[in-house]
Design a protein around this ligand. Structure first.
Ligand code: ADE
Length: 260
């Protein structure tokens, strides 16, 4: 897969893609990432990319010419023109199903929004998808672009160590992960659940499924409605729901620390 990123701050991308799993994907030839400086397509001697908003108001707006010219030049660098994705707080909120959809494309072009916004004609005539990474406003689309690259890259076959793991993530199916434990078996008096030490794989799988469902019911009930559950899992969920509701009712308001 080929990913092109169009940004006014290419230096921000120097670190994240040179480490760890993304680096491995690039080294294995599974992923190509190219970062382009929008300023290179800026207008005139000063390489201007923004201007005052028509109609007045504060802040600057990114002009359409540099964005169109840059994107068209980038599109010409490969056989397919690809999806053109604008990172903006006004976009559709990014989730695992969008990450999966993008991971099936042969290329995507990510455009990092900036300033007060981008000329509307870019949205109307160039962009294929508008993506937000959450309901908060960042200083620009660079961090969101990194989030999208990371979430998509780990879904490409061969990028993660074990190929099946990303596509079988519980989040992929709309559930949160079950709790994980490792050594030591007893830490500061806190024990690993007995079932995980039982060696009974069927029982462990059942416990993990229940934990996954319980966790999703209590923390993210909104995910359950969209979850891709088997009839057995739906039945399990119906059985666990009263238990989870009871726990939620009695839960103290959390302040982010373990209660002692
Ligand atoms: N640019 C600024 N904030 C953003 C957000 N939450 N998601 C995507 N792009 C952004």
């Amino acid at each position: 897969m080929r990913i092109d990123i169009l940004t006014l701050f290419p230096g921000m991308f120097e670190g994240p893609f040179n480490e760890s799993i993304i680096r491995r994907g690039i080294d294995r030839g599974l992923l190509e990432i190219h970062v382009h400086n929008l300023r290179d397509w800026g207008l005139g001697k000063h390489k201007v990319v923004d201007d005052y908003p028509f109609g007045g108001g504060t802040g600057m707006v990114v002009r359409p010419e540099p964005v169109f010219e840059a994107t068209e030049a980038i599109q010409a660098l490969a056989d397919t023109s690809g999806a053109v994705v604008l990172l903006t707080p006004q976009g559709k909120v990014f989730d695992q199903s969008t990450a999966l959809k993008f991971s099936e494309y042969s290329r995507i072009i990510l455009i990092c929004g900036h300033y007060e916004g981008i000329d509307e004609r870019v949205r109307e005539h160039l962009i294929t998808d508008e993506i937000s990474i959450g309901d908060y406003v960042l200083t620009g689309g660079e961090l969101p672009a990194m989030v999208v690259v990371d979430a998509v890259a780990r879904l490409l076959p061969g990028v993660l160590g074990s190929e099946s793991s990303a596509r079988e993530d519980s989040h992929t199916r709309g559930l949160l992960e079950y709790p994980h434990y490792t050594r030591p078996q007893s830490f500061r008096g806190w024990e690993v659940p007995d079932v995980l030490l039982s060696g009974n794989h069927a029982l462990i799988a059942k416990w993990r499924k229940e934990q996954s469902i319980l966790r999703t019911l209590s923390r993210r009930p909104d995910l359950i409605e969209k979850a891709d559950l088997t009839p057995d899992e739906r039945e399990l969920m119906a059985r666990l729901k009263p238990e989870s509701d009871k726990e939620n009712e009695s839960a103290l308001p959390t302040c982010g620390h373990a209660q002692s």
